[in-house]
Write a protein that binds this ligand. Structure first.
Ligand code: NAD
Length: 256
């Protein structure tokens, strides 16, 4: 049976954990070759090894998404190794350092904006020439429901994710005539290390979990597969008429 992304080559940042790791696995299962990148080398390599052991094609590259020069190496190595580059999933991100505005520091703000927003900008910028020259490509940026609605104590995160939303739309308009699609994904709260660690760090873990769960109309958190499936759809030609779109996958969080 043909895979949904057969023959495509994808780069997935933040591929060592959570949504990036699950997207890498599912893209590979649907026929793509996947370059997994992350700061976390051991865990990232393990995801690539797992894909290869399951019969897929994958490689790992250590990468800090905030370093522009490393992006060039990731693109060049991907082209050398797999011959083309069709999909970029910008999943690397941080959710730490949530601070009420009265206590917020510029350092924490810059760290969040630097990774979540500038890292995404650098990724888009790095792959765009290759994709435009080929006349095809799909860039998928992980924003969040918190790029669409606010939450107290998360100004930097919300600003970074709102920035990703608008970066996506502006670039989508520029690249549409060149055959390259750019879309953002807006997950609700999903059971990944990012979210589970946030619960753990809170004063009352169960109370915080119940509070967050209650904001989703479906009465539960999401699981990584539910976001990875949306990402496979956006990576595939099934979504060939979608660009500049905000794909919300949030169990009804923002429906209210
Ligand atoms: N989990 C959720 O509920 C949720 C909801 C909405 C949006 N998101 C977004 O989805 C993306 C993935 O989140 P996740 O839940 O899988 O988180 P996660 O913490 O499980 O994984 C994030 C990965 O990014 C990597 N990373 C962090 N900084 C990096 C850097 N500078 N360079 C390269 N890699 C770096 C980490 O090492 C980690 O492996 C993030 O952008 C996040 O903001 C997550």
């Amino acid at each position: 049976m043909a895979g949904r992304v057969d023959g495509k080559v994808a780069v997935v940042t933040g591929g060592a954990s959570g949504l990036g790791a699950e997207s890498a696995r599912r893209l590979a299962r649907e026929g793509a070759a996947v370059v997994v990148t992350d700061l976390a080398e051991e865990a990232g390599r393990a995801v690539a090894d797992e894909i290869v052991a399951a019969g897929g094609r994958a490689a790992f590259m250590a990468q800090d998404v905030t370093e522009e020069a490393r992006w060039t190496e990731v693109v060049d190595t991907t082209l050398q190794r797999f011959g083309r580059l069709d999909v970029l999933v910008n999943s690397a991100g941080i959710g730490e350092g949530g601070q009420p505005i009265l206590e917020a520091t510029l350092d924490a703000w810059r760290r969040t904006i630097g990774i979540n927003l500038e890292g995404t900008f650098l990724g888009v910028k790095a792959v765009a020439p290759t994709m435009a020259a080929a006349g095809r490509g799909s860039i998928i940026n992980l924003s969040s429901i918190l790029g669409k609605v606010g939450m107290p104590g998360t100004a930097a995160y919300c600003a970074s994710k709102g920035g990703v939303l608008m970066l996506t739309k502006a670039v989508a308009l520029e690249l549409a005539p060149l055959g390259v699609r750019v879309n953002s994904v807006h997950p609700g709260f999903i059971e990944t290390p990012m979210v589970l660690n946030t619960f753990r760090r809170s004063e009352n873990e169960n109370e915080m979990r119940d509070n967050i769960v209650s904001r989703h109309a479906m009465g539960r958190l999401g699981v990584p597969r539910e976001i990875a499936d949306a990402i496979v759809f956006l990576a595939s030609d099934e979504s060939s008429f979608m660009t500049g779109a905000e794909m919300v996958v949030d169990g009804g969080y923002t429906a209210a």
